[in-house]
Design a protein around this ligand. Structure first.
Ligand SMILES: Cc1cc2nc3c(=O)[nH]c(=O)nc-3n(C[C@H](O)[C@H](O)[C@H](O)COP(=O)(O)OP(=O)(O)OC[C@H]3O[C@@H](n4cnc5c(N)ncnc54)[C@H](O)[C@@H]3O)c2cc1C
Ligand code: SF4
Length: 588
């Protein structure tokens, strides 16, 4: 029997990036807010202190900061003809756990999506004709435009202290930035990251080839910075232990380094950790949420009543909580109807390795978001007509910090074990870099999330089931873009090079990225989306669902810039519209 607690104005499920933004915006608006986080408390001091935090085995290999798959996982299959099996050890992606969520161990690569992405279906049909989009590809326009989101992109960048060089300010193209980006109101708050030797080589080569390289926008802050919340951030020291680690310098933007110091002083805010939300409770009409049920670390069950419920638990858990709670209709791939679980997509990655006998790159130095990048083969920045596929990739040379256990990029044909392998690792470690391609993945009718009929978690609730594979469109796109990366590598005249195409079927074993999208997608039609343009559930109007689950498909660029912008956009809609007149914000 659950213990019923005192009601609050708003309950937030999950305290990662979106939970922190929503908590701050709602308390500022005068609401009493409780955030319920399944993982533990952790902060820059003492949990992220050096040298303890630079433990590659503990954090990068054994996934200490991530969700414990032995307690809660999901099942996976490539298509409906297979039986999905539980993921026992994270590979392909690394969901977060604990205060700050995956925002603690992310890289800080901070992008905006191109304006055309927000009207992808209309855009491709207008440029290439109605038949260009194949049957079964369920890509959709977003119900929000780039121009509407621009002020919110800006807010999130200034919160994070993002470092970069603008490419387009109010329609005027800026030297050194990304000329393909949408217009922004102003310059980034901090100057761009430093260029490593390999980044400079990529910059020179791509410029010579007529492309448009720029330094990756980075929320690994480049100089001491006080954000608009009054929180001081440190300067990145390129320590190389960034992705999969917390930041000892308070330089990597996260809930801890941008918002938590303010929230923890606010009497209107309470953070409850080690508390796992199992469902959103609905009243007898099933149209209104009354709060959430959660289980604490001692196994005690509580009911937390609230007027507003904000799902901020990451793509996969938001979708699952909606399904477990009976909010919205679960997507059925046979009929194509139902919004929850629909349009699940992932990010596509491939690479080319370039090896030089006479150059030394010192790849152990770097930061999670320190790269030279170009968008010439991204979005619809190139002619897709003769190519016949939709989407594209950004190409980049990253200096992320190649750690001793995980990184050994050898040329093809080198020995795979023994003395020869050791000699090869010792020779090439310092003389190799990677040109990576990160690409879009189109939504497909057969890719979706639902509840597994066979496997349950420790609370007795069905696990989330993922059905996903790369489509021919996406594999064709990836092959084309990987070949362009190979052209660039050849231009640099390496002694050896290797090409690693991404081949199907999609495998959950090797890490690729944690850029999962869809499943709680936003749309203009309640029969084919889970939430409206303000991230409000179509079915239960006092439930709002944050995160990249809202994306109708996976744009090539990494999600969190847009995740943060959407969180501010939704928070504005809640505080300026919903609180004045509770109920559905969009009528169809
Ligand atoms: C290794 C890695 C590298 C990344 N690098 C980048 C990058 O460079 N650029 C980029 O754009 N994005 C990157 N990302 C993605 C980025 O971290 C996410 O987009 C972002 O954290 C999403 O914010 P969120 O609030 O949706 O989820 P999270 O930040 O993950 O927060 C969700 C929180 O909810 C909690 N939770 C889940 N279920 C429950 C429950 N039932 N009850 C209570 N609490 C719950 C979780 O424990 C977690 O703390 C990376 C991710 C990873 C893992
Ligand atoms: S590379 Fe920079 S931002 Fe990343 S953890 Fe190290 S100091 Fe922090």
């Amino acid at each position: 029997m659950a213990t019923k607690l005192k009601s609050v104005d708003a309950v937030i499920v999950g305290f990662g990036w979106t939970g922190a933004v929503l908590a701050r915006e709602l308390t500022k608006a005068g609401l009493n807010v409780v955030a319920i986080e399944r993982g533990g408390m952790r902060d820059t001091t003492p949990e992220f202190s050096a040298p303890m935090i630079h433990d590659e085995l503990r954090f990068a290999i054994r996934h200490d900061l991530m969700q414990d798959a032995s307690r809660e996982t999901l099942t996976f299959r490539n298509n409906v003809n297979q039986t999905a099996l539980p993921i026992r050890r994270w590979g392909s992606f690394l969901p977060g756990n604990g205060v700050g969520g995956a925002g603690v161990h992310w890289n800080g690569q901070h992008y905006r999506f191109a304006p055309s992405e927000f009207r992808i279906r209309s855009h491709y049909q207008e440029r290439y004709g109605k038949k260009f989009i194949p049957e079964g590809m369920t890509i959709q326009d977003w119900p929000v435009t780039y121009d509407e989101l621009e002020p919110y992109y800006d807010r999130f960048e200034y919160l994070c202290g993002t470092a970069g060089k603008a490419g387009n300010i109010k329609g005027v193209i800026q030297q050194g930035g990304n000329p393909f980006e949408g217009p922004r109101a102003r310059e980034y708050p901090n100057p761009a990251m430093k260029r490593s030797f390999q980044m400079k080589m990529f910059e020179d080569a791509t410029r010579e080839m007529g492309f448009h390289p720029y330094v990756q926008p980075s929320s690994d802050v480049t100089q001491p910075y006080t954000n608009p919340e009054g929180v001081d951030m440190g300067s990145c020291v390129y320590c190389g232990f960034c992705e999969r680690f917390g930041c000892e310098m308070s330089a990597k933007a996260s809930a801890q380094s941008t918002l938590l110091p303010v929230l923890l002083k606010d009497p209107k805010f309470e953070l409850r950790t080690l508390s796992h939300v199992t469902k959103v409770n609905l009243d007898s009409t099933r149209k209104k949420a009354t709060g959430v049920t959660y289980v604490d670390s001692q196994g005690r069950e509580f009911e937390q009543p609230a007027d507003l419920v904000l799902l901020c638990a990451f793509v996969l858990h938001n979708a699952r909580l909606m399904m477990l709670s009976g909010i919205g209709r679960i997507y059925d791939p046979k009929t194509g109807k139902g919004g929850v679980g629909r349009n699940y997509a992932y990010q596509m990655s491939s690479s080319v390795t370039a090896h030089f006998n006479d150059k030394v790159f010192n790849p152990f130095m770097g930061a999670g978001a320190c790269a030279m990048i170009m968008d010439d083969f991204n979005y619809d920045n190139f002619d897709h007509g003769p190519l016949g596929f939709i989407g594209g990739s950004y190409l980049c040379v990253e200096s992320k910090g190649q750690r001793p256990i995980d990184f050994r990029n050898l040329p093809p044909g080198e020995p795979r074990w023994g003395k020869g392998w050791k000699q090869s690792v010792s020779h090439w470690y310092n003389r190799t870099f990677v040109i990576a391609a990160f690409g879009s993945v189109t939504a497909q009718r057969g890719n979706y999330l639902d509840l597994d009929p066979n496997y349950k978690d420790g609370f007795g609730n069905p696990l989330l089931r993922m059905t996903f594979d790369f489509s021919k469109n996406d594999l064709d796109m990836s092959k084309y873009c990987t070949d362009r990366a190979a052209d660039i590598a050849k231009h640099m005249n390496p002694d050896k090079m290797g090409i690693n195409y991404r081949k199907g079927p999609y495998s959950i074993v090797p890490y690729q990225t944690t850029h999962t999208t869809g499943g709680t997608m936003m749309g203009a039609d309640p029969s084919t989306s889970a939430v409206n343009r303000y991230l409000q559930s179509w079915d239960v109007s006092n439930v709002f669902v944050m995160g990249a689950g809202a994306f109708p498909q996976n744009p090539s660029h990494n999600p969190t810039g847009t995740v943060g912008a959407l969180a501010y956009w939704a928070a504005d809609a809640i505080t300026k519209k919903y609180l004045k007149s509770p109920g559905r914000l969009v009528h169809t």
